[in-house]
Design a protein around this ligand. Structure first.
Ligand SMILES: C[S@@+](CC[C@H](N)C(=O)[O-])C[C@H]1O[C@@H](n2cnc3c(N)ncnc32)[C@H](O)[C@@H]1O
Length: 196
């Protein structure tokens, strides 16, 4: 995700804080997190349906993620971490760009919600993901995306970059009904690993 830098001013007049609950009972959630959103920003400062689905997947499989090094990079995330009193190391990452920071990353899990939306950027994204997967044996890329035009391009790029699909789920298949009822679309969750 493109980094807006630690010291960039937030445009407060368009800023809202949304709360996201986890657990089967929406009235008595087991866990809740606050997210800063800003409607004036492009893309990154809005909670997209794909991120709600990916967050639910992470919640339901939370033991798997416990203590793991995870990549889901956001500039805004520093403020979200402060807001939720979480200690996280947050850094920027641009797909297809090999600056020094990427070489030190050895994630066990790479998370990307709604990062497969602009087909001209797919190759750069897969290049970065493949590098990270190679740099960290046994790691996995988990992403959710709107399946607007079938899987053909994604399948083609997985073959091209030596990757394989480990799991493919309908994003609505594991959502509690109180979340599914406010979302729409054909959203898929895929787990991708190295084909070796
Ligand atoms: C649709 S938003 C999804 C944001 C968030 N993951 C969510 O689900 O709410 C797509 C994100 O991809 C990021 N992005 C687009 N092109 C990028 C690139 N070349 N390198 C890094 N991030 C990029 C954008 O900055 C944006 O945050």
């Amino acid at each position: 995700m493109e980094d807006d830098g630690p010291d960039e001013p937030v445009q407060h007049h368009m800023t809202t804080i949304s709360q996201h609950n986890f657990g089967v009972d929406s009235d008595e959630p087991d866990f809740s997190i606050s997210i800063i959103e800003n409607m004036k920003e492009d893309y990154g400062l809005f909670v997209w349906p794909c991120s709600i689905i990916l967050a639910e997947y992470v919640w339901q499989q939370r033991l798997r993620f416990s203590g793991a090094t995870v990549v889901e990079v956001l500039g805004n995330m520093r403020r979200v971490c402060d807001l939720n009193k979480l200690k996280c190391n947050v850094m920027g990452l641009t797909w297809g760009v090999w600056d020094s920071s990427i070489f030190s990353l050895q994630p066990k899990i790479i998370l990307g919600a709604d990062v497969l939306y602009e087909s001209s950027a797919f190759d750069d994204l897969f290049a970065t993901v493949t590098f990270l997967l190679q740099n960290s044996p046994g790691s996995i890329f988990i992403t959710t995306y709107h399946n607007r035009s079938g899987h053909h391009l994604i399948e083609f790029l997985m073959v091209k970059w030596g990757l394989k699909c480990m799991k493919l789920l309908d994003g609505f298949s594991f959502l509690p009904s109180y979340k599914a009822s406010v979302l729409s679309g054909n959203i898929q969750l895929v787990e991708i690993g190295l084909n070796s």
